[in-house]
Design a protein around this ligand. Structure first.
Ligand code: SF4
Length: 446
C-alpha cells in the first residue's frame, strides 16, 4: 500500500484517530510535566548531543572498546551486516541451544529485521512479553509507535481481542486486562529456552548494556532463560558509564513522561557463580543494516543521534492524524528511513510535501530555510557549497574502519566519505521541542 493510500484509510478510521488523539496528547502532557522536573533540560540536551556527535565521529573505536570489554566480562559479540545476517546469527544460536520457545522484551531492532517471522520459519515460537507488543502479536499486527506499539488500539478493541484469544470475559477494566496478560505470560517465561532483548545504551568503557522498561518483563527475559541474546544497532554505543546520567534524564522524560522508568537493567557479561542472577550465556548482536551508510553523510549521520524516545511522533501533526502503519515502515514518523534518505538527497525525496516537511523538521535545528519554503527538502552540505562560500573542506573523520574490517570489502561504506560534522550542526536529540514549536498543521493537506 502506498503512503497516500494508507494515510487516506487512516484518516477515515474514526476509532484510530480517537485513540491517537487521546494517547499522543497524554504523552505530550506527561512529557511537559516531566521536563519541568529536570534541573537543566536544555543543558542536558546539549550535552547528549555533544556525546552523540563525538561517539559517531569515532564509532569504530568505541565499538571496539565496547565489544572488548563485553567479551572480557563473558559475553560473546557478533557482527551483522544486515537484517538477514542478524536473523541468521540469532536463529543459529537458538537452534544450537535446541530452543523451541523464546521470550522477547520490546525491541524495535528485532522489528526492523523481522526476527519473529525468521524464527517462525525455523519452527521456533517467539513470545512478546511487553504488554503492548503482546497485544499486537495476538492481533497479528505490527507496532505503530516506537515507544507504545499498540497506541492505535482502543481499550474496547483490546478487551475484544483478549476475550477471543485468551478466553476471558470481555472487560474494559485495564487492571483486569493486564492481569489476564500477566497470567498468560508468566507460564511462558518459565517454559522459555532463550530470551531476546533490545538495548537502549551500550557503554564502551565497561561493556555494559542498559535496558529501560516499566513492566519487569525485560528483567525476566534477560535473567530467567539460560541464554540471553541482545540485539543492538551500532549507534547505541556511548563512551562512558557517567554519560548515562545525561541520557537517563532525557529518555524516560521524553519517551513516557517519567522521571525514570520503573526498571533499569544494567547487564555486564554473564553470571559468575551458580547462585548469581542472570544468564549463563550472553550474546550481543551488533546490527549495521544501513547505519554505516548513514554515518558516511553529514545529514543522515544526524539520525544516528536519535535515542528513540518517540516524542517527535507525539508532536508530529501528520503522525497524530494517521498513526504509524500508514508509513509502511518500521520506524514511522520523522525518523522513518525514507525521510532520512529524503533529507540526504532531494532527488530521491518521496511522499507528499507535508511528509517531507515533517521529516526534515525533526532532524536538525540547522535548517531554518524549511520554515520559509515548506515542502523543500534540505540538501546535505557538500564541498561545492563550502567552496562557493570560500570555506575549506572539513577535516576527514577517522571513519568506520572497524566496520570495514569486520565486514570485509562488502561494506557499503567508504571511509573517505565520512566527514566530521560541522560544529554548528547541533541537531537536538531529543529534538521534538523544535517540531512542536514550529510545525504547522499540515496533515489537513493529505
Ligand atoms: S528523532 Fe528526536 S524526538 Fe524523535 S525519537 Fe529520535 S530523539 Fe526522539
Amino acid at each position: 500500500m502506498t503512503f497516500e493510500a494508507g494515510a487516506r484509510a487512516a484518516l477515515s478510521d474514526t476509532q484510530l484517530r480517537g485513540a491517537l488523539r487521546h494517547a499522543t496528547t497524554l504523552f505530550a502532557e506527561k512529557r511537559r510535566a516531566a521536563m519541568a522536573t529536570a534541573p537543566d533540560w536544555e543543558g542536558a540536551r546539549d550535552r547528549a548531543r555533544a556525546i552523540k556527535d563525538e561517539t559517531l565521529l569515532h564509532l569504530d573505536r568505541y565499538l571496539d572498546q565496547f565489544t572488548g570489554n563485553a567479551e572480557r566480562a563473558g559475553a560473546r559479540t557478533h557482527w551483522a551486516r544486515d537484517d538477514a545476517e542478524a536473523c541468521e546469527i540469532i536463529g543459529r544460536i537458538a537452534e544450537q541451544r535446541g530452543a523451541r520457545t523464546i521470550v522477547k522484551s520490546k525491541s524495535m531492532a528485532t522489528e526492523e529485521i523481522h526476527l519473529n517471522a525468521a524464527l517462525a520459519r525455523r519452527g521456533i515460537e517467539p513470545i512478546e512479553t511487553d504488554l503492548g507488543e503482546y497485544i499486537i502479536q495476538l492481533a497479528g499486527e505490527t507496532p505503530s509507535h516506537i515507544v507504545a506499539p499498540a497506541i492505535h488500539k482502543t481499550k474496547g478493541q483490546i478487551a475484544a481481542l483478549f476475550a477471543e484469544k485468551l478466553g476471558i470475559e470481555p472487560s474494559d477494566d485495564a487492571a483486569a486486562l493486564t492481569a489476564a496478560a500477566r497470567q498468560a505470560l508468566r507460564r511462558r517465561f518459565a517454559e522459555a529456552d532463550l530470551g531476546i532483548s533490545g538495548v537502549n545504551f551500550a557503554v564502551a568503557e565497561t561493556g555494559t548494556i542498559l535496558i529501560l522498561e516499566n513492566e519487569g518483563n525485560a528483567r525476566l527475559t534477560t535473567s530467567v532463560p539460560r541464554t540471553h541474546i541482545a540485539l543492538m544497532g551500532i549507534e547505541k554505543v556511548i563512551p562512558r558509564f557517567a554519560d548515562l546520567e545525561v541520557f537517563l534524564q532525557l529518555l524516560p522524560r521524553s519517551g513516557t513522561g517519567q522521571v525514570l522508568t520503573a526498571y533499569q537493567s544494567l547487564l555486564t557479561g554473564v553470571k559468575q557463580r551458580p547462585d548469581d542472577e542472570g544468564p549463563e550465556e550472553l550474546h550481543i548482536v551488533l546490527l549495521d543494516n544501513g547505519r554505516s551508510r548513514m554515518l558516511a553523510a553529514p545529514v543522515t549521520r544526524q539520525a544516528l543521534a536519535c535515542i528513540r524516545c518517540g516524542a517527535c511522533l507525539n508532536a508530529c501533526p501528520v503522525y497524530r492524524q494517521i498513526g504509524g502503519h500508514a508509513y509502511g515502515s518500521v520506524y514511522a514518523g520523522p525518523i522513518d528511513r525514507r525521510g532520512v534518505d529524503a533529507a540526504a538527497d532531494r532527488d530521491r525525496a518521496i511522499g507528499p510535501p507535508a511528509l517531507r516537511l515533517e521529516l526534515v523538521r525533526c532532524l536538525p535545528r540547522r535548517l531554518p530555510r524549511q520554515d520559509r519554503h515548506p515542502g523543500a527538502v534540505a540538501p546535505p552540505a557538500c564541498s561545492g557549497d563550502r567552496a562557493a562560500r570560500g570555506q575549506k573542506s572539513p577535516p576527514r573523520a577517522r571513519g568506520i574502519s572497524l566496520l570495514r574490517r569486520r565486514h570485509g570489502t562488502a561494506s557499503p561504506v567508504r571511509v573517505d566519505d565520512a566527514r566530521r560534522p560541522h560544529l554548528a550542526d547541533r541537531a537536538a536529540a531529543p529534538c521534538v521541542d523544535q517540531v512542536a514549536r514550529s510545525a504547522p498543521a499540515r496533515a489537513a493537506q493529505l
